[in-house]
Design a protein around this ligand. Structure first.
Ligand SMILES: Nc1ncnc2c1ncn2[C@@H]1O[C@H](COP(=O)(O)OP(=O)(O)OP(=O)(O)O)[C@@H](O)[C@H]1O
Ligand SMILES: [Mg+2]
Length: 584
């Protein structure tokens, strides 16, 4: 479904209408079926009424019995079929709407810049996509269906009862009429309690998970008792929450049953005397009694539906607010990627919510086709500069120019196509190794084997059970740190980028392998613009130019030899082994 503008986010109503509109005929059809099935469900009682009256009057014959039985059977069959289809139609519409919203949310998430994910934690996003989405689905599906069903059922049955005998129907109805209000109040309480229980449960789970995933540390520090105490507290909290819910549940059903019984008692007491006095037939009393029993559930259910709708609307509101957090840049740029000299000018950057600049007044040049290295202390802003250069974060206007154009003016997708980034933290997906390398594109076998050869991942392949078809665990868990880094390098090489950015991507690779990777990369680097962030002198030395970053500022620059002569930060990093010789 295409939603071009954001007017669907104006109110809860516009949100629901927009997503429901494509399925409106299913809802209308389903609602008609509900109406018919409610009437066919209520009619058999009238047949029973006439049946009993005929029995009492002694006019009942075989033909009447057969006719009644067949009619009730026919009505029951119709009801059953209609019940099946109404449920099926409305449930499938609600599933489709959920599907559409989820897809829309996923598209939305993909458009969001890195800054969005700094602000919104994964747990928060997950809860929108799971919890809130299923609340909305329940409201649209079960909620809509049962609101209709219980409402119509209540109205039809009460109407039938009052039309049969107004007085003797009205009085017994008085107690049960409070059922929907009582159940709405109690159900809302229950769902609040349920939410609290879920929260306590997830807290307890995280205590357990943290304890066992960090069990080595816990034992090494002898902190078992402290963890046990934390667990005991979480467990007690959970127990207390479940018990208060159990207590409320224990009260609810007896209370409802008692109220329903009161109505029946009233009916039998008043109605019985009316029958004796001849003011009402036995059949009518029986029918009223059956209707009264039939009414109990819709009345209780109505309260349940109201609480479900309340929860659903709260989730719709949260989802709308979530979509309104849109931070996707509207401006996508219009020029296509063209390789050229990169000029960074007076670039300062501060992460949202942070109180200090990660980069201050950075000015540097990466000439086309050159290889430039970036070194610096921990947290000096190297990765931040990399994020800005690769437009994971959009840089401030006119601070980064490539081929004399602000990179923000380059079409986003085409810019990213031109850039190959090996980030500091390798991210792999739980998919096959090959899919992780190709990353959604088809590559020629020659290209693949070249990338495998340069990254030195190729020689590990024989150790993998299914070679390139080996499935990686979550986040590439079944690879070593070095293998993960080499997979990330191979992935970037496969893109055949014009600008290659390597952010400290050899830190987990042993020195021998590193030397081989570097010598392979040397050839690959030729004719491309390369930026490397590294602590390894062997990598840095061959660069045309080196910039040294300290607390977000460029403090020195030059080539290895000239920087060694300057006796500044570069030399200090070197002496403190923060820059390491490959063979060290
Ligand atoms: N997502 C973020 N939100 C807020 N501050 C951040 C974020 N990422 C980094 N920073 C801060 O920005 C500064 C620069 O971080 P950056 O990751 O660029 O350093 P780095 O030079 O790459 O360090 P390292 O050598 O450890 O990789 C640090 O002070 C860091 O705390
Ligand atoms: Mg970094």
């Amino acid at each position: 479904m295409k939603l071009k503008n954001n007017s669907f986010l104006n109110t809860n109503r516009t949100f629901l209408l927009t997503f429901s509109r494509p399925y409106r005929f299913t809802f209308i059809g389903g609602s008609l079926l509900v109406l018919v099935s409610v009437v066919t469900g209520a009619l058999p009682v009238r047949l029973v009424q006439h049946f009993i009256d005929a029995l009492k009057a002694g006019t009942l014959d075989q033909a009447h019995i057969r006719k009644t039985v067949l009619e009730i059977l026919g009505l029951a069959l119709i009801s059953a079929v209609l019940l099946f289809y109404q449920r099926r139609w409305i449930t499938s519409a609600s599933r489709l709407i959920e599907y559409d919203i989820r897809k829309r949310a996923f598209d939305f998430l993909h458009e969001q810049p890195a800054a969005f994910y700094v602000k919104h934690k994964t747990g928060h996003i997950m809860s929108r996509l799971t919890n809130d989405l299923s609340q909305v689905r329940e409201m649209i599906g079960a909620g809509f269906l049962h609101l209709w069903r219980t409402g119509l059922n209540g109205a039809v049955i009460i109407g039938m009862m009052l039309s049969m005998n107004f007085f003797y129907a009205a009085i017994p109805l008085l107690p049960v009429i409070i059922l929907p209000f009582a159940s709405a109040t109690l159900m809302m309480r229950l769902s609040r309690m349920y939410a609290a229980i879920q929260e306590k449960l997830s807290h307890m789970n995280s205590v357990v998970q943290e304890t066992f995933s960090g069990i080595g540390v816990v034992k090494a520090y002898g902190r078992e008792a402290w963890r046990l105490e934390q667990f005991k507290r979480a467990n007690d909290d959970y127990y207390a929450a479940t018990m208060s819910m159990a207590r409320l549940m224990g009260v609810i059903w007896p209370l409802f049953a008692f109220i329903a019984a009161l109505s029946v008692i009233l009916l039998l007491f008043l109605g019985g005397r009316a029958v004796i006095r001849g003011e009402m037939t036995l059949g009518t009393l029986t029918a009223l009694n059956i209707y009264l029993v039939m009414l109990t559930w819709p009345l209780i259910g109505f309260g349940w539906v109201v609480s479900m709708i309340q929860r659903g609307m709260a989730s719709v509101k949260r989802l709308r607010e979530f979509f309104l957090e849109n931070e996707a840049p509207v401006y996508q740029g219009s020029f296509s990627f063209q390789e050229g000299t990169i000029e960074v000018k007076k670039l300062s950057y501060r992460y949202p919510g942070s109180d200090k600049d990660a980069l201050v007044d950075v000015t540097l040049t990466i000439p086309e086709g050159s290889r430039v290295a970036l070194v610096g202390t921990v947290g000096s802003g190297k990765s931040t500069l990399v994020s800005l250069l690769s437009r994971i974060i959009d840089p401030p206007t006119d601070t980064i120019r490539m081929n004399n154009k602000d990179i923000n003016d380059l079409e986003r997708r085409s810019y990213r196509e031109g850039v190959g980034l090996v980030p500091q933290e390798t991210i792999l997906f739980s998919d096959t190794l090959q899919n992780n390398l190709e990353f959604g594109r088809n590559t020629s076998p020659e290209r693949l084997s070249e990338a495998l050869a340069i990254s030195q991942l190729g020689r590990d392949l024989k150790d993998f059970p299914q070679g390139l078809e080996t499935r990686l665990g979550e986040r590439g868990i079944n690879l070593s740190g070095g293998q993960r880094q080499r997979a990330a390098i191979a992935r970037a090489l496969l893109r055949d980028p014009r600008l290659l950015i390597l952010d400290d991507c050899l830190s987990s690779v042993d020195t021998d392998t590193e030397a081989e990777i570097i010598s392979g990369l040397e050839a690959f680097f030729k004719g491309r613009t390369v930026l490397v962030v590294s602590h390894r002198v062997s990598v840095i030395r061959g660069s045309d130019y080196i910039y040294v970053l300290d607390e977000g500022r460029i403090c020195e620059s030059g080539n290895h030899d000239s920087l060694m002569r300057q006796k500044g930060l570069y030399v200090r990093l070197y002496e403190q082994q923060l820059l390491q010789e490959g063979e060290a």
